[in-house]
Design a protein around this ligand. Structure first.
Ligand code: HEC
Length: 116
């Protein structure tokens, strides 16, 4: 009696980045439904892909002077997505280096920490 081979459908359990971001004194705004792991990923990306060499963002320890100071500008989530995806005004586009998800993560991060 033969049975169909077991399909090894291993449920891909995406291990969430378990970094407890002990950011200290962050002011809580509204309900914290934003995925904090995306924010943590965004912070890593911000420094690793080079945003910090051109932009100032206190939370990331970034002191770049080429582009606008993001703490002052406080761009919205959507504005960061647009700018990072398409670039412009002297800033390179990152859509060939970053996935849409990574761009989202960076945008979440920037819009959640800028000006704090
Ligand atoms: C080579 C330098 C450089 C790098 C690297 C860079 N930027 Fe920029 N960025 C700029 C410049 C210059 C501007 C101003 C563009 C303008 O005035 O239109 C800018 C503008 C912006 C803006 C403002 C958009 C708006 O609505 O006005 C945001 C947000 C931003 N960058 C985020 C990022 C992020 C996030 C990264 C990393 C993924 C990044 N930048 C990497 C130079 C850079």
């Amino acid at each position: 009696m033969r049975r169909a081979p077991l399909v090894a459908a291993a449920g891909a359990v995406a291990l969430a980045v378990a970094g407890c971001g002990g950011g200290g004194s962050s002011t809580r705004t509204s309900t914290a439904t934003t995925t904090s792991s995306a924010v943590a990923t965004g912070k890593q990306l911000f420094t690793s892909v080079g945003c910090s060499s051109c932009h100032t963002l206190a939370d990331a320890g970034a002191k770049g002077q080429v582009g606008p100071n993001l703490d002052t500008l406080r761009p919205s989530d959507a504005a960061v997505v647009r700018q990072v995806t398409h670039g412009g005004g002297g800033m390179p586009a990152f859509d060939d280096q970053l996935s849409a998800q990574q761009i989202q993560a960076v945008a979440r991060y920037v819009s959640s920490v800028a000006g704090h």
